[in-house]
Design a binder for this molecule. Sequence first.
Ligand code: SIN
Length: 560
Amino acid sequence: MTTLPMRLTAPVPGWTTRADVVVIGSGIAGLTAALRIHSALRERSDDDGARVLVVTKDVLSAGSTQWAQGGIAAALGPGDTPEQHLSDTLVAGAGACDVEAVRVLVTEGPEAVQELIDLGTRFDHHDGVLSLTREGGHHRDRIAHAGGDATGAEIQRALIAAVEASSGIEVIQHALALDLLRDADGRAAGVTLHVIGEGQRDGVGAVHARAVVLASGGMGQVFSQSTNPAVSTGDGMALALRAGARLRDLEFVQFHPTVMYLGPDSRGQQPLISEAVRGEGAFLVDFEGNRFMRGQHELADLAPRDVVAKAITRRMLETGQPHMWLDARHLGAEFWERRFPTILATCRSHGVDPINELIPVAPAQHYASGGVVTDLWGRTDITGLYATGEVACSGVHGANRLASNSLLEGLVFSRRIAEVLPDELAPWAEPVADDRPRGVVDGAARGELQRTMTEQAGVLRSQAGLNAAEVELRELLERPVGAIDVAAWETTNVLTLSLALHSGASAREETRGSHWREDYPERDDAAFAGHFDIRLVDADLVQTFIPAAATDLLPTSPGA
Ligand code: SIN
């Protein structure tokens, strides 16, 4: 196979089920969408029969939300305003944000967080007042957190409890979504999926639905080291691309600056050391003890994370060291135990005691700022297909997501989808056969693919490296395929997205936000103020440059 598949090779579905709406993914975006859509459908009809189905790849709690440490950003503190949150978000986004989308995020954010509290999420308080901290790029304390550094886990707990208490929301766990089903008018009409389980719904099946919501998270597994869990193989983005939807800004991959360095051979999910640790006073030093963030940016160690990731990488290159150090010893034992219990335990489990030792840190893949293009209501190019959370490109992150805006994005835009979707639901229609070319790549190719992407399209990119990567990636498309199984489907998704990401990274001959071109070190607004959109047409990727609206261009990232 030298071209990309338009459908995954898979057995004919052996079972079928129906739901009004199927939600793919069970993090903050997926569960918020499921809860809100379900209650909106019930409000609109007299009967309780509305069926919402959540499909999740592992167990309900296994996605990225569970791992979010720092918190959720919203203008909730004294003196803070949505306007200031907007300004910080736009600066971090390096001129590639959609200003209207950011305005939606920051103005609806406070109410959405309050709703999470009403749902039972126990955020940390001090003397009865919500505790707020600061992270990179924020000029105010505006990050609400829970369990010290276990914010995502607490939000996930509260949402799962609400879903379990709600009759009418069904869940299928251990299910990998394969491809979108369409009706005769081209509307989304469900998905095919593969369930790893025992019983009636085992193997490949089909969910017929009147609408599909993608909330399946990111694509961290494109790279060898990521803070994302193993399930983050970009399945929702690849499914949307194969179905004909547009992806945008894939080159803007965020590398978190402070991921615990576990050695050169460490692969897969790596331990995150939250920016909140720097928010509470920790700082970066090199092997000589120099605080190298000083003088790089007005916010020093709390500069936007692309600035910090670049500074760490630069220092690693200059000194020939494989990592830098985070010094948080002065925070003291009592503070560490109360504020960062999860990170403390993780560091200790890897033989580092941050109370009296420096933590070795290096950047690793953390977040996909791009994704499936949506409007302000989560609609994609395909009628009846919506996207929310990391899988989507709503325009709020631009070239570099501001810390702790991701949980907020999933929350706010899932609420918005629930406002419009019930009125946009089509009458039931059967999916039609799709005879476009199918294919998969060899599941065993994933390690090689990740190495190529990490070395040639990671933090630091150049045309020579990107050209070499393309040859290597295209060669993987031609390898003989072993089994048609989950590894093959996931690797096909990862390879498809690697090529799409590569395409944007190669064409964007400038440095902007999290896209760092060694050979084009400056931001170039004259040529690249805008977005690279990508589609899969006749089994190949077609990329188009979309100039940004004039209002979206203004902010620059000082020090970037
Ligand atoms: C962190 O805690 O540093 C990560 C928060 C985020 O990615 O927004």
